[in-house]
Ligand binder design. Structure first.
Ligand SMILES: Cc1ncc(COP(=O)(O)O)c(C=O)c1O
Length: 298
């Protein structure tokens, strides 16, 4: 049950795992149910957070394909871009970041305020390219263009999608659920299955992997995805796309269970408060797993 689902896929070991699974009585009291926190803010050093679980598979694939440059994208203070830039620097890979800003002309003309993730991007030696929100929506073309530029310099390039969220990246969270299962089997997570695993959701890969992994490894009956920033809530399309692709990648090795019942929320109030009010109001899960990762490095 607790064997790796994807033993034959190339994978780097970037996560300092298993990350701790914490239970705090004081938190139970506030929430009114039993809460366990999976400390995925502690996956590593400066590159820490949920993204490096996906990068284990994505950069493993990049290296297998002989890439020497990695191109990815995100907002100006993207956690994913920071994790990619730092990990690429460790692996001796060039990184190119397409970062979304309101006014790219101005961003290019003025000295960049070096703070938070973008400071770490720079320290890692990443090449930063500013793109407007409109260009970002059409980023497939920009990815291709950056790729062609690298190839013309004799540098094979690999594209990592927004948030590392495709089928391959999502396998990082299938494996994270295997890690939780291992902790459960060792008696480090209380008694029995969790009722719910709740986690943040942006580009959708974490939701896809947690949904598949929680069902496959018998971690939780339901998974709940909370949008930390998007006013319109979690975007279901990328999640279901990543679900399908992740099932296919894993199925190349062995069968994978369908995702557990999954629910998504827009953030009517802060994700933490909406989580608490929902917990109190209706579903009252008895045992709650919460995947935590840092919200920003500022
Ligand atoms: C702190 C944090 N954790 C988890 C996630 C979910 O990651 P994704 O849906 O991009 O896989 C996000 C995304 O915005 C986030 O900011």
């Amino acid at each position: 049950m607790n064997e790796a689902l994807v033993p034959r896929l190339p994978r780097l070991r970037l996560v300092h795992g298993p990350t701790p699974l914490l239970h705090l009585d004081a938190l139970d009291e506030i929430v009114g149910t039993q809460v366990w926190v999976k400390r995925d803010d502690a996956t590593s050093g400066a590159e820490s957070g949920n993204k490096i679980r996906k990068l284990e598979f994505l950069l493993g694939d990049a290296l297998k394909r002989g890439a020497r440059a990695v191109i990815t994208c995100g907002g100006l203070q993207s956690n994913h871009a920071r994790a990619t830039a730092l990990t690429c620097a460790q692996l001796g890979l060039r990184s190119i970041l397409l970062l979304r800003v309101a006014d790219p002309e101005r961003a290019r003309a003025e000295p960049l305020a070096l703070e938070g993730n973008v400071l770490l991007d720079r320290l890692a030696g990443a090449e930063i390219r500013f793109v407007s929100p409109a260009e970002y929506r059409q980023r497939a073309g920009l990815f291709e263009q950056a790729c062609a530029e690298c190839e013309s310099e004799g540098v094979p390039a690999y594209i990592v999608p927004e948030g590392g969220s495709n089928g391959l990246g999502s396998l990082g969270y299938v494996e994270a659920m295997r890690e939780v299962r291992g902790q459960m089997d060792l008696g480090l997570a209380g008694d029995g299955m969790f009722d719910v695993v709740a986690h943040a959701c942006g580009s959708g890969g974490t939701a896809a992997g947690v949904g598949l992994g929680a069902a496959h490894f018998g971690v939780a009956r339901e998974t709940w995805a909370f949008a930390p920033t998007h006013v319109r809530g979690c975007r279901r399309r990328p999640i279901s796309h990543a679900h399908r692709r992740a099932s296919c990648s894993a199925a190349a090795d062995r069968a994978i269970s369908p995702p557990s019942a999954m629910a998504c929320w827009p953030p009517p109030i802060s994700p933490a408060r909406s989580l608490l009010s929902r917990t109190r109001r209706r579903t009252s899960p008895r045992r709650f797993g919460l995947a935590a990762s840092p919200t920003a490095w500022t």
